[in-house]
Design a protein around this ligand. Sequence first.
Ligand SMILES: [Fe+2]
Length: 299
Amino acid sequence: MAFTGVDGVVFGVADMAEARRFLTDWGLRETLAQPDRLVFETQDGGEVIVRPQDAPDLPPAIEKGNTLREVIWGVDDAATADRLGTQVDPNGLHMRFRVSRRRAVVATPTPQNAPGSPGRVDRRSPVHDRAEPIKLGHVVLFAADFAAMRAFYTETIGFTVSDEYPGHGVFLRCRTPGEHHNLFILNRPGKPGVNHVAFTLRDVHEVIGGGIAMAGKGWKTEIGPGRHPISSAYFWYFHNPLGPPLEYYADDDWCTEAWVPQQFTRKPELFAEWAIAGGIDPVTRRQKQAVDESGRGKA
Ligand SMILES: [Fe+2]
């Protein structure tokens, strides 16, 4: 299989205007704005498509309210796209496969300095005043039937396990070499749903600066900033009018054939090495609160 990653995501929402406002603030580029269809792009051409939640041609929702209605997976060639076509996973979520429309983007993270290893010479480290997401990185789903979802995505679709909480969660990548996960599936018996959708940024500085900018525009943090030990990524999750939280993240693991998957037992320090609950106040630049309201498993 020759997957390229998440090529697009389709949301069904109650308030198109609020969704438009959020995605503009999120740093995406609007390419289409019609009363019943918004299209925004990441830097590499990944698409976020927003439709009214009662649009008759939208695939059915797997949970109530605003949510993700379809995932568009990119593939390398037309034969693969034709063979895989359109599918419905055991959760009921629709997906389609198309020849990827994404463009190659080479991002340049800010180099770091360490004793004996000056990576950034005669140059200050930047402070970002907004994020510009490079690509759609991953989707995270709650599985009503975890074993069926794991089998579907590994055996029928052909994704590879990068790491796993046996019986509880599985991190899957769609290509090797590739990012640590393009899909993470979490066990939530009987209750299918969407945990979050994540956008890749160039480095931790853009995660921090982008997140503070979103807070400054009034958007509420779900959790972050912080860092995941599994996948190594820096993260910041926001509530939003598209439904599931959306995540800024950077610096996730890159896996080749030599990557060794591990099995983990659930514990809080594996979700986050550290995390700020409630986000950072854009004025004081201090944490807003010390109590974590979420308590939800994420990656
Ligand atoms: Fe994530």
